[in-house]
Design a protein around this ligand. Sequence first.
Ligand code: SF4
Length: 323
Amino acid sequence: MESPSPAPRRVLLAKPRGYCAGVDRAVQTVELALDRYGAPIYVRKQIVHNTHVVKRLEERGAIFVDELDEVPDGAIVIFSAHGVAPTVHQEAAARGLKTIDATCPLVTKVHNEAKRFAAKDYDILLIGHAGHEEVEGTTGEAPDHIRLVDGLDGVDKVQVRNPDKVVWLSQTTLSVDETKETVARLRERFPNLIDPPSDDICYATSNRQAAVKRIAPQCELVLVVGSANSSNSKRLVEVAKAYGAKAAHLVDDASYIREEWLEGVTTVGLTSGASVPEELVQGVLKRLAESGFTDVEEVEAVEEHMRFALPYELRRDLRAVAK
Ligand code: SF4
């Protein structure tokens, strides 16, 4: 008698995945600045949290620095997609540096909300991860009014001046479900807590999580392509596990996949964080095909059409050349 043929091995490919409009804009900003002004171009912090993107831009002449004191006088410096505190703009202006601000417009929106509520003297409960660049930038808009709430643990610790005058805002790349839980707990402590005028968790973060929720229950393993410092990528791993994947791993590229992860697995889910170029996902698909995962089905949760215009300073200079 013939032995039964092995179960077919398949990949469920989440859509949307990869580059969001803010990352696309930020990476293009560095590339076009290199074309327009020539190397070197300085970039404060990683332009987006992806090691491959940063390396590729470094090879073209971008120099990534942590702080402005590493930027020489007269140089051009780009601010990353995660945004900066006003003190960074002030320092750059005081030094006469030419700056291009690649802050994602959806991060700028949160900065503006913080300024508005601070002007009305609210205590602002900012849900986010301590030390994340975006949180540092937003906090810098209203340091006397913003209190960081780092996950559920932060709810009991946070102190406010007037419990009846509090609003919550959040980092753009958090887990949608966990943030809802944190807000519910905050509301138990502060029943008059005000919601932000619109969601701070951005469309790209929530859409990528929605797609993972669709595939995870059918997968023994979910692979998330993304770098270890990418907040939205790490959240995708957590969401995959919470929605039924037996295992989920973050991989920077195909070389990070361990053969033992694939043992006994028939369905792998695959997605990527908002700062990940599609070619890295294609590399993972190729690697999976070598292990017999040749049947690939794309599962779309939400259609995306978002685009952002390039930073004004860059558009102006590019127009001047075109004339
Ligand atoms: S993840 Fe969201 S907030 Fe961050 S750059 Fe992309 S669109 Fe902007």
